[in-house]
Design a binder for this molecule. Structure first.
Ligand code: NAI
Length: 248
């Protein structure tokens, strides 16, 4: 028996990286998986096949998480296709780093819209479904920089701090309807997002990590599985750092 048997999970931005690892781990615990990404290309179709190979239902949907109307449409379609939504993981995210002095309005708006407004869009569209079910688990992908801040990432850090406050607020607002909301704050995780960083920046990060390694997407997926499952049935409004003990 899997921890998520009979549940349907919706994961945003899951064609690759942490979102994909979460989708695969959830599927291995018995959940049916609906995921979104900007494009459902060959790579995303391969992700669908990998999930299906675990014996669950899976489908990828092309949708821009930052767009309110797009999100309402895709959530209605997923609810029609799967019949329920038990778990929502707001994972889609981007970086557009730069020091404040040089940050453009576009850099700020893009990161806030893709990282934070997207979570509003999905929570807004999914909570009526969860309220009817009188159950649901919402997981916002934040970051350690949303807890501590980070020079050169004011836009990203602010968006991730917003993800934490959003989860805490939803936990208070919808707890009486059986809906839990939590945030995960990963540290330095080895994905395409961090592969883009210079060797110098990567070396600097790893010095700060007591466990002396970058995290894997699976390290994050394990905590997401705990928060998605009934193992965490009395946990809501929390932020869990998955960062190898890093003290920024
Ligand atoms: P990634 O760049 O490998 O994957 C992100 C996925 O989101 C991609 O498939 C991308 O196409 C999709 N995406 C981007 N914009 C989208 C949009 N508007 N609508 C729908 N999908 C969109 O990134 P990674 O590393 O897997 O990150 C996943 C989440 O974890 C992000 O929210 C990121 O901020 C967060 N995170 C990552 C850390 C790391 O060290 N990699 C550390 C802390 C947080």
């Amino acid at each position: 028996m899997g921890l998520l048997d009979g549940k349907t999970a919706l994961v945003t931005g899951a064609a690759r990286g942490i979102g994909k690892a979460i989708a695969l781990k959830f599927a291995s615990e018995g959940a049916n998986i609906a995921f979104t990404d900007l494009m459902i290309d060959e790579n995303a179709e391969n992700t669908v096949k990998e999930i299906e190979a675990m014996g669950v239902k899976a489908k990828g949907y092309a949708s821009n998480a930052a767009n309110f109307e797009d999100t309402a449409k895709v959530v209605a379609q997923i609810n029609a296709d799967f019949g329920r939504i038990d778990i929502l993981v707001n994972n889609a995210g981007i970086t557009r780093d730069g020091l404040m002095m040089r940050m453009s309005e576009q850099q700020w708006d893009m990161v806030i819209n893709v990282n934070l407004k997207s979570a509003f869009n999905f929570i807004h569209a999914c909570t009526p479904v969860m309220m009817r079910q009188r159950a649901g688990s919402i997981i916002n992908m934040a970051s350690v920089v949303g807890v501590h801040g980070n020079a050169g990432q004011a836009n990203y850090a602010a968006s991730k701090a917003g993800m934490i406050a959003l989860a805490k607020s939803i936990a208070q607002e919808l707890g009486s309807r059986g809906i839990r909301a939590n945030a995960i704050a990963p540290g330095f995780i080895l994905t395409d997002m961090t592969a883009a960083l210079s060797d110098e920046v990567r070396a600097e990060w790893s010095k700060k990590i007591p466990l002396r390694r970058g995290g894997t997407p699976e390290d994050v997926a394990n905590i997401a599985t705990f928060l998605a499952s009934d193992m965490s049935s009395y946990v809501s409004g929390q932020v869990i750092q998955v960062d190898g003990g890093m003290n920024m």
